[in-house]
Ligand binder design. Structure first.
Ligand code: 3PG
Ligand code: MG
Length: 395
């Protein structure tokens, strides 16, 4: 696999380099609430620009339906990227159209341009390889080399991630290399006990990773919305909590097969409404009331999970323990995250949401061994799935 260092050694002065970055940040209106992915993308872009390349950045934001939509414009991201780089970033108003071409033509050596949200073009995410190939050709016409640095999106077989790598000399960027290195450590011979902390809303999203991790890990500590389907599988009432009824049987089987590995919350913060002003109580997991919903794990759970994490050799954490965006339901996530910070285990935070939670809750980023920019991508890697955006660079 050729890398950014190889490209820099070849010399990039005056050459147009297309960089696929993952700049998919959470927004509140046009305000970026967590710019972690923009920051993580800086080193590769800066190194290229410093070496005199004309850098063309391609990225997506959210999931627009293949047509321009103002709320998914990369304009706020272009502004933030420019601030952090300390150089202006020209934003094209289209993906590969006249604005993209003239913006790239206007680049000077060391200049940086950002194409508008690649998902405004329906061919980007098309299932039809032929359609994607045509768009990939249009991306390729804007550049002389391609650097794949959008780790958070390498699990997507999309035109700007996968197909374009076959159309230009392609190189792995610094972020992709660093992320893959850490994940290799988790799949290789992780220090034991190997503890996975898994939250997030849906069991169905996490099932594949749970199944494939169970034989490899020592404990899976479950929190987040997905814990209620597991609690229901144990025969407990979960009131109005999030429940995936069609997954209960699967959860029952997993619990039966691995009774000592899957650990469920002992207590739950319940609320009468999904809001920061709701009435709340902390109850044992067996006592969730009818008409109330669980929105966080309780303090007994935090203490138990913290003990397991304290003794761990390796911790991988994906998914918040509760609705941490609302203050009354943030303590579970904060407490478990703090336990990971306090532990001397090799610790990896996997995912956009968990990484954002670390920063929004004010936890020290350097308290973790690695904070990944990719949730889906890191989970798919741990599941043993192929990451198309990486393997295309190996071929
Ligand atoms: C993410 O946020 O998970 C990545 O940016 C990929 O986005 P996607 O899940 O919409 O493909
Ligand atoms: Mg995602």
């Amino acid at each position: 696999m050729k890398t950014l260092d190889d490209l820099l050694a070849e010399g990039v002065a005056g050459r147009r380099v297309l960089v696929r970055a993952d700049l998919n940040v959470p927004l509140d209106g046009d305000k970026i609430t967590d710019d972690g992915r923009v920051r993580a993308s800086l080193p590769t872009i800066s190194r290229l620009a410093d070496a005199g390349a004309r850098v063309v950045v391609a990225a997506h934001l959210g999931r627009p339906k293949g047509a321009p939509e103002a709320k998914y414009s990369l304009a706020p991201v272009a502004a933030r990227l420019g601030e952090l780089l300390g150089r202006p970033v020209a934003l094209a108003t289209d993906v590969v159209g006249p604005s993209a071409r003239s913006t790239v033509d206007a680049l000077v050596d060391g200049g940086v341009a950002l194409l508008e949200n690649v998902r405004f073009d329906p061919r980007e995410t098309s299932k039809d390889a032929g359609e994607r190939a045509v768009l990939a050709d249009e991306f390729a016409a804007l550049a002389d080399a391609f650097v794949s640095d959008g780790f958070g999106v390498v699990h997507r077989k999309q035109a700007s991630v996968y197909d374009v790598a076959g159309k230009l000399p392609a190189y792995a960027g610094g972020l992709v290399l660093a992320e893959v290195d850490v994940l290799k450590r988790l799949t290789g011979d992780p220090a034991r006990p190997y503890v996975v902390v898994l939250g997030g809303s849906k069991v169905s999203d996490k099932l594949a990773v749970i199944e494939s991790l169970l034989p490899k890990v020592d404990r899976i500590l479950v929190g987040g919305g997905m814990c209620f389907t597991f609690l229901a599988a144990e025969g407990l009432g979960v009131g109005d909590s999030l429940l995936e009824a069609d997954m209960i049987d699967t959860c029952k089987r997993l619990l039966a097969e691995h009774p000592d590995k899957i650990v469920l919350p002992a207590d739950i913060v319940i609320a009468d409404d999904f809001s920061a002003e709701a009435n709340t109580h902390t109850v044992l997991a067996a006592n969730i009331r009818e008409g109330w919903k669980g929105l966080d794990v309780g303090p007994i759970t935090v203490e138990r999970y913290a003990e397991v994490v304290a003794d761990a050799g390796t911790v991988f954490w994906n998914g918040p323990m509760g609705v941490f965006e609302l203050a009354p339901f943030a303590e579970g996530t904060r407490g478990v995250a703090q336990a990971i910070v306090d532990s001397s285990a090799f610790s990896v935070v996997g995912g956009g949401d968990s990484a954002a939670a670390v920063r929004l809750l004010g936890l020290p980023e350097d308290g973790f061994s690695h904070i990944s920019t990719g949730g889906g991508a890191s989970l798919e890697y741990l599941e043993g799935k192929d990451l198309p955006g990486v393997s295309v660079l190996e071929g």
